[in-house]
Design a protein around this ligand. Structure first.
Ligand code: CA
Length: 219
């Protein structure tokens, strides 16, 4: 049987369509990993870990009451610090999210008060707060008494001064400032991770985080 050129053209066309479809799927899955917002969260007045002048800033929108934030701190954050913060390529900042209500607000108020009182020990307190989050995270554990107890285990915090600051809500403006940034950047879940102006779709996808950091370092 003679080969039909028509058949050949049909096959080639189908192959080309299949390749185009594959490319579309691939490029979509790539863009689903991150969203460019065109603006990065301002970190003035926020806690900053690492070199203030680092070329890339990673911001976590997080909540001390959120179990996924605790897990992120245990699983992803140490790699990020090892790979990029220690080398001076990245600095890391944390903005409070209040999705769990009164307890989120109280924990944030305490953290902002510690930041104000002694910025050098902010990250120690931050870590201690997350470490104190119980496995049954729905139960109430953020109370002023509990916070003062946690703070008493962190060197460099004056707990009397902290108690006064919490009771007088002296840093409530900082908490509200964070809450406004959460609205402004459309944060809907915690933790939300931003690399400069890029929002990462899955905060536990360290490859996506690395790729975004690398592309920002190149750019
Ligand atoms: Ca803040």
């Amino acid at each position: 049987m003679k080969k039909s050129p028509f058949k050949f053209i049909v096959i080639i066309t189908l192959v080309i369509i299949a390749i185009i479809a594959l490319l579309v799927v691939l490029s979509n899955s790539q863009s689903q990993k991150e969203t460019e917002l065109g603006e990065q969260p301002p970190i003035e007045g926020q806690p900053v870990l690492g070199d203030e002048d680092a070329p890339v800033t990673v911001v976590e929108f997080g909540d001390f009451k959120c179990p996924a934030c605790k897990a992120w701190g245990d699983q992803v954050y140490p790699q990020l610090v090892d790979d990029y913060v220690d080398s001076g390529d990245v600095n890391f900042s944390f903005i409070n999210v209040l999705f769990h209500g009164g307890e989120s607000e109280l924990a944030s108020l305490a953290a902002e008060s510690v930041l104000k009182q002694n910025p050098d020990v902010y990250w120690d307190f931050h870590k201690a707060l997350f470490a104190a989050q119980p496995a049954s995270h729905d139960e109430q554990w953020v109370t002023t008494d509990n916070i003062l107890d946690i703070a008493s285990g962190v060197e460099g915090i004056d707990t009397d001064e902290l108690q006064t600051a919490i009771e007088n809500e002296t840093e409530i403006d900082a908490v509200e400032k964070d809450d406004n940034l959460v609205s402004k950047f459309g944060v809907e879940l915690t933790p939300t991770i931003m690399i400069n102006d890029i929002m990462i779709e899955d905060p536990f996808d360290y490859e996506a985080i690395k790729n975004a950091i690398e592309s920002e370092l190149e750019g």
